[in-house]
Structure formats: C-alpha cells, structure tokens
Write a protein of this length. Structure first.
Length: 214
C-alpha cells in the first residue's frame, strides 16, 4: 500500500509539473499577410509569397492576438470580430480601404471589435452608420490613419474608438443629421478639418486631447 501510494503521489506530482510548464509557456501569436499581388495566395497566409489578396481572408483565418501585416494596395472593406492588430507596412498614403459600393450604396470601411488595432490606413468613400470606422467601443485603437471623404448616418468619419495621430477630413453626415467627423470617441493628437454635420461638424460626445479642429 505504501508503495502504491508513493507511485500515485509521484504521478500526481509529475502531472502537476507538466501542467505548470504548459501554463507558463507563452502563447506565440501568428502573423498573417495581405498583398494584392502575391504570386501564390494560400491560407493561412503566413508569408508574402502566399499572402491573401483580400485583407478579410487573412482576418478570417487569424485568432485573437494575431497580427495582419498589409502592404501597399487598394483593398476591400474589413470586419474584425476579435482582438487582432491590422497594420500596414508603408502607411496610409499607399494602403487604402474604401467602402464597398453596391448599387450606388457604400458600406463602412472598417468594422472593429473590442481589443482590435488598425494602424496606418486610409479609410475613404465609406457609408452606412459610420462611414470610415465603426468601433464597438473606445477599447478599439486607430493609429496613423487618414479618414477622408466618408458619409455616415451617425458619423461620417468614426463612431467610438480611441484615435492617435489620425487625420479626419472631408467627412459628412447625410442631410446633416449626424456628426461629420467623430462621435463618442477619444482622440489624441488628431487633426479634424472640413467635416460637416448637423449634430457637430468636427466632433460630438468626444474627448479631445491636443487636437486641431477646423
């Protein structure tokens, strides 16, 4: 009995050591790639050679914590439903997400879930409730983005979200019913220029820190 008990205790200790090792092992996030001209596009898009031609395809195979790396091109609108980082390689001047146009109607350029990040894109020509970016809450981050020429019922530029170093320009709300630029967002070091809306041209219901509004 003593020997059996000793074996049982040893097995339990071994199992506990294995459990602790697995629990302490960090989960390595993956990077998935998007490039309109990749030569051999193939999921899970883990290098430039097999990069997705459409950003959404890379998003759809990713898991929470992963990064989507996007190089130059004009892409389709995106919907991020988990905590991903979507980053451009060369910035907003050459990495563009327009709203999809169907029978003359445009959709939001980017729909973003809590914990997600959008870094270095131009969002243009979008429509719907929020033309440029529709964020679940201010727990969504946009950095170094240009949000331009969008039109939305609630906000032309962006609804909710926390924005850093972004430019929000030339956005409108149809029939001046909503806000031209940003609604219920937090903005740091952003420029809001030439936006128009009945409930606020530049921003409404926002926190603005070190921003320029024209």
């Amino acid at each position: 009995m003593a020997r059996g008990a000793s074996i049982t205790r040893t097995a339990a200790l071994g199992a506990w050591v294995v459990f602790c090792f697995l629990a302490a092992t960090p989960v390595v996030a993956d990077t998935h790639y998007a490039w309109t001209n990749s030569p051999s596009s193939s999921p899970p898009y883990t290098n430039w050679e097999t990069a997705a031609h459409v950003i959404q395809d890379a998003i759809d195979v990713a898991e929470a914590g992963d990064t989507i790396s996007v190089t130059d091109g004009v892409y389709q609108a995106i919907c991020v439903n988990t905590s991903l980082a979507v980053r451009s390689v060369n910035g907003p001047d050459v990495t563009i997400i327009p709203g999809l146009s169907t029978n003359g109607w445009s959709t939001c350029c980017a729909i973003l879930a809590d914990g997600s990040l959008l870094d270095g894109f131009t969002l243009r020509d979008g429509g719907g409730d929020a033309g440029g970016a529709s964020c679940t809450s201010t727990n969504v981050t946009l950095t170094n983005c240009i949000i331009v020429g969008n039109s939305g019922n609630t906000a032309g530029g962006v609804c909710r979200g926390t924005l850093h170093n972004c430019t929000i320009s030339g956005n409108t709300s149809p029939n001046y019913a909503g806000v031209g630029g940003a609604y219920c967002s937090v903005l740091y070091h952003c420029v809001l220029v030439g936006n128009s809306g009945g409930s606020g041209g530049g921003a409404a219901g926002c926190e603005l820190h070190f921003c320029e509004i024209t």
